[in-house]
Design a protein around this ligand. Structure first.
Ligand code: AR6
Length: 172
């Protein structure tokens, strides 16, 4: 099962490069300074062009667990939601990861956007375990879609087959 329905919305799993997706928004695994570094951020910077970083610079930064929105520059997605996940070891990581996902979803509704794709936030350079990430992100999204939302579709885009399999197991 690569897809489940929650109330009026769908959760889908895909494996691949998130910068190739044509959703209303894709989520960047950001840092609190909103400086696009490596990993997902690096791919967004390369494909999306310089305007995304320029917009981030104007915003200036946000808290760990927070999320801000910019346009998608030259990406296929219209917008990028920059969600700041925790760095492993800094403390209160689970709560911060949950908030990063939740604040992204809230931004979607505030901006009346319908489709969003998340990467496995914090599980690359920030060192958070992928199993725990799958548990927290899937449960947060399911709970949110069960409430009042205009979001139609949430995609989890996993870079590797093994990460995909872990999310797949958790979604079942
Ligand atoms: N598409 C989908 N997933 C990807 C892609 C891609 N193109 N590239 C990597 N991943 P990371 P973090 C996966 O490191 O841990 C940057 O410097 C990757 O395998 O992007 O939250 C930022 O500027 C991993 O599973 O994000 C921040 O400073 C997941 O995406 C910091 O890294 C997240 O890996 C954020 O670190």
């Amino acid at each position: 099962m690569k897809e489940i329905t929650v109330k009026n919305s769908k959760i889908r799993l895909v494996q691949g490069d998130i910068t190739e997706l044509e959703t209303d928004a894709i989520v960047n695994a950001a840092n609190a300074q909103l400086i696009l570094g490596g990993g997902v951020a690096g791919a967004i910077r390369k494909k999306g062009g310089p305007t995304i970083q320029e917009e981030c610079n104007k915003i200036g930064g946000t808290f760990v667990g927070g999320a801000v929105i910019t346009t998608g520059g030259n990406l296929k997605a219209k917008y990028v939601i920059h969600a700041v996940g925790p760095r492993m070891g800094e403390g209160n990581e689970d709560e911060k990861l949950k908030n990063a996902a939740l604040n992204s979803l809230k931004l979607m509704d505030e901006c009346k956007l319908k489709s969003i794709a998340f990467p496995a936030i914090s599980t690359g350079i920030f060192g958070y375990p992928i199993e725990r990430c799958s548990q927290i992100m899937i449960s947060t999204v399911k709970k949110y879609l069960g409430s009042n939302t205009q979001i139609d579709e949430v995609i989890f885009c996993l870079f590797t087959k093994s990460d995909f399999d872990i999310f797949f197991k958790e979604l079942k």
